[in-house]
Ligand binder design. Structure first.
Ligand code: NDP
Length: 248
């Protein structure tokens, strides 16, 4: 199937590595204009230049998704420079897994701030523009861990269950504005996500597992392209994908 993004303007948070960076490259290659947000400015600027050097359109704006004004600036810059925002991919996330009795309470807060409030900040930033345009698509990255809880995932899973809940509520509410909503739930994908697990035993176990079964972030990029490229009257509401060898 040939996919063409028809110059859609797509804002991507968490674009500095892993699945966000893979999505940026793939969507740009398909003809999208990509607006990249993440805290590591050097990474997204290098990626934007790579895309521009290949003839694509890209803009990089250092963004911490926990800061509502920064996410608004990211989206407003996309509209200011390219005239509209067709899609936001709320993808920034962190996963410092640990059992709750280790009381890594600061990490609980960070997961709620990035994985949940960060998504809310993205929604708040695009809704006024998309309502006015009477079109748009809000894609939120949840997880298989947003369907299943496992030992060590309680808080992370709670944030991803919450992302699914709020996206479903949003789906119903934005009907008058012709806005599509999509939840994407990846299984094990090889990215930098596990590098930030602070508990050595948990990190090792997860690295062994994802090292054995994990798939390329390109899988995510193709799923995103599929959801965006449907005709405007088709709304792909949720996709779960896993490595074929993943049991969980
Ligand atoms: P990576 O660690 O490679 O990417 C995470 C991205 O999130 C980075 O670009 C990082 O950028 C960004 N990020 C983290 N905190 C913030 C913040 N406060 N503000 C802005 N950006 C932030 O991991 P993945 O690509 O795997 O993760 C992408 C999403 O996929 C996450 O939501 C994750 O929960 C989800 N996911 C991942 C799975 C996997 O197996 N890899 C499985 C299921 C879901 P920077 O540090 O530069 O700010």
């Amino acid at each position: 199937m040939e996919i063409n993004m028809n110059g859609k303007v797509i804002v991507i948070t968490g674009a500095s590595s892993g699945m966000g960076a893979a999505a940026a490259r793939h969507l740009s290659a398909l003809g999208a204009t990509v607006v990249l947000g993440a805290r590591r400015a050097d990474r997204i600027e290098t990626l934007a230049k790579e895309i521009q050097d290949q003839g694509g359109k890209a803009l990089a704006i250092a963004t911490d998704v926990t800061q509502r004004d920064q996410v608004k600036k990211l989206v407003d810059s996309a509209v200011g420079q390219f005239g509209r925002v067709d899609v936001i991919l709320n993808n920034a996330g962190v996963m410092p897994l640990s059992p709750m009795d280790r009381l890594n309470v600061a990490e609980w807060d960070t997961m709620i701030d990035v994985n949940l409030k960060g998504v809310l900040n993205g929604i708040a930033a695009v809704l006024p523009h998309m309502k006015e345009q009477k079109s748009g698509q809000i894609i939120n990255t949840a997880s298989v861990a947003g369907h299943k809880v496992f030992t060590g995932s309680a808080v992370y899973s709670a944030t991803k269950f919450a992302v699914r809940a709020l996206t479903e509520g949003l789906r119903m509410e934005v009907k008058p504005y012709n806005i599509r909503t999509t939840i994407v739930c990846p299984g094990a994908v090889k990215t930098e996500l596990l590098d930030h697990i602070t508990e050595a035993d948990i990190q090792q176990a997860n690295k062994e597992y994802v090292g054995a079964v994990g798939i390329s972030p390109d899988s995510f990029a193709r799923v995103i392209a599929f959801a965006i490229s449907q005709p405007e009257d088709v709304d792909i509401n949720e996709i779960i994908f896993r490595p074929t060898s993943q049991e969980l």
